[in-house]
Design a protein around this ligand. Structure first.
Ligand SMILES: [Zn+2]
Length: 317
């Protein structure tokens, strides 16, 4: 799967600042924070068509942190408030706490008095060479939803679905009345997810993808990129893509021991240079997963395959 960076922002097809109706209960407001990591920007969803509405992934707050790709969402909160019209904001709901998703929760809560309900806060030392959007350390939910727990308003019911991997606190939300699933950054319509250790976990990510395959969702609304109308087929493709990356890593390390930059330059030909760091984090996530399976080992920066993995590779399929 390639990452299309050429068509990153086409305002004609991805208008920011106004609500687009997707189905009777769902509207989308795009934040103006396009970047190599966010594609056209963070997509905030409004759920509900009656007296009250839930807002999923309110987005960046637009304040401070000049130059950070994910925090230039000025005007986005105003657009969400305008889209609410006369409806009451029943809940501000976040899929996870990357800075392009949750910081506007505080601004919206201050403006409306609505509670922040959804994923847990994440206490993490953001000290590594992190290539994806950094975490929002100030996120404070009023109520954490457990896996399978419901949040309901007038005519809508959202059920939390624990989907760790992209982050450990990631939740998807299923809209019971319509069969839609809000997938956050777990499954996106434009690119594979960055899985960045230590919080990002490839084994958990693959298990969370497999979990989606057991469901019968009609459509996915991701936080970035177009909606996904063929969920099962799409997820099968994503799992296949990760398994293919895994095989590729084992094969390349079977040739000789390598560093992560060596693997990235061999595996990701023609990658946007701005995404090399993110690719390295995903390769590291695969290596950690493979090491836990006993298939690769390392000393400092150099990785190689274990004799067991070589024997597996030689065995007839
Ligand atoms: Zn994210």
């Amino acid at each position: 799967m390639t990452i299309p960076v050429d068509n990153i922002h086409d305002p004609a097809t991805w208008p920011t600042g106004r609500a687009v109706q997707l189905e009777p209960l769902v509207r989308r407001v795009l934040a103006p924070n396009a970047s190599p990591y966010t594609f056209t920007g963070t997509q905030t969803y409004l759920v509900g068509a009656g007296a009250d509405v839930a807002v999923i992934d309110p987005g960046p707050d637009g304040g401070g942190l000049a130059g950070h790709a994910d925090t230039n969402g000025q005007g986005h909160v105003a657009a969400i408030l305008a889209a609410l019209g006369g409806a009451r904001l029943a809940a501000i709901v976040c899929t996870h706490t990357h800075r392009d998703h949750s910081p506007a929760a505080r601004v919206l809560a201050a403006a409306t008095g609505a509670p922040v309900i959804g994923c847990a806060a994440l206490a993490i030392a953001d000290d590594g060479p992190r290539a994806d959007a950094a975490f929002d350390p100030d996120y404070r939910p009023d109520r954490v939803l457990r896996d399978g727990e419901d949040l309901a308003g007038h005519g809508w019911t959202l059920t939390a679905l624990a989907t760790p991997g992209h982050t450990s606190n990631h939740l998807c939300y299923a809209l019971r009345e319509s069969g839609a699933l809000f997938t956050g950054d777990h499954v996106m319509g434009w690119s594979t997810s960055v899985v960045s250790p230590p919080d990002g976990d490839m084994a958990a990510y693959l298990a969370s993808l497999a979990r989606l395959q057991t469901r019968d969702d009609r459509v996915y609304y991701p936080a970035h990129g177009p909606q996904i109308d063929n969920p099962r087929q799409f997820v099968r493709g994503m799992i296949g893509h990760r398994r293919q990356r895994e095989r590729q890593i084992v094969s390349l390390l079977g040739q000789h021991a390598r560093t992560i930059p060596d693997l990235v330059s061999t595996m990701y030909k023609g990658l946007d240079p701005r995404l090399v760091g993110a690719a390295g984090r995903s390769v590291l996530a695969h290596l950690i997963d493979l090491a836990q399976q006993g298939r690769v080992a390392n000393s400092a920066d150099v990785w190689w395959v274990t004799p067991d993995a070589l024997a597996d590779a030689d065995a007839p399929a």
